[in-house]
Design a protein around this ligand. Structure first.
Ligand code: CO
Length: 215
């Protein structure tokens, strides 16, 4: 057991040696700061490592991960990451990336009690309720789960647009696109769901904030 965790530290040393060999200034440059162009909101699932599947390297992607890649507007962790990414780092793209075979989404489709996590899964269940006519009509449970994963991602793209953080960026003409993607653990490919939000018009008007000063 001890050996398995020590292996990580050995791997780290080997990685440092390799990076420094390829570029002697590698760590010096990274230490100077970050200006990533992307914010990634993905699932905590160990099979979906953001950098590896997108061919990005340290410094290129700001990352937030939680169970089932949720954008919950009362989640201080998500909001803090979003605020820093948009207002300080000024990322140009936010990517919500779900994945098929997502344990969180599959659990949310069922009725088992899991404990504390049920409170988190309830946010996903809400997405099911919004789309129950479409989802209930899919008889094959695996196909239903796949569609549920997609609909959940689309809902999270909407949820990002609802935040004042994103809306204020758009109001200030800051270029900011929000994308919805799904990763397939079976073949490694990412599917773009083509639900990109680029401005306030992409969001239902009931969610539009007026200018703060207009009140
Ligand atoms: Co997942």
């Amino acid at each position: 057991m001890e050996k398995s965790y020590k292996k990580l530290l050995e791997n780290n040393k080997a990685w440092v040696t390799l990076q420094s060999y390829n570029d002697p200034n590698y760590f010096k440059n990274l230490a100077e700061g970050q200006s990533p162009e992307y914010l990634w909101i993905g699932c905590s699932d160990s099979r979906v490592p953001a950098n590896e599947i997108t061919g990005t390297i340290p410094g290129e992607m700001f990352v937030h991960r939680n169970i089932a890649n949720m954008v919950v507007h009362s989640d201080m962790n998500l909001l803090s990451v979003l605020s820093y990414a948009v207002e300080v780092l000024k990322v140009k793209h936010i990517i919500v990336c779900g994945h098929y075979n997502c344990g969180g989404v599959i659990a949310a489709m069922g009725n088992k009690q899991y404990g504390l996590i049920d409170n988190w899964l309830r946010h996903i269940k809400d997405v099911y309720r919004y789309h129950f006519l479409e989802l209930d009509a899919i008889e094959d449970l695996e196909m239903r789960a796949r569609r549920f994963v997609e609909l959940n991602v689309i809902e999270q793209v909407h949820d990002l647009g609802k935040t004042s953080i994103v809306q204020n960026a758009w109001k200030n003409n800051q270029p900011l696109n929000i994308h919805g993607w799904v990763y397939d653990v079976r073949d490694g490919l990412i599917k773009d769901l083509e639900v990109t939000f680029t401005c306030i018009k992409d969001l239902h008007s009931v969610y539009h904030f007026e200018d703060k000063n207009a009140i």
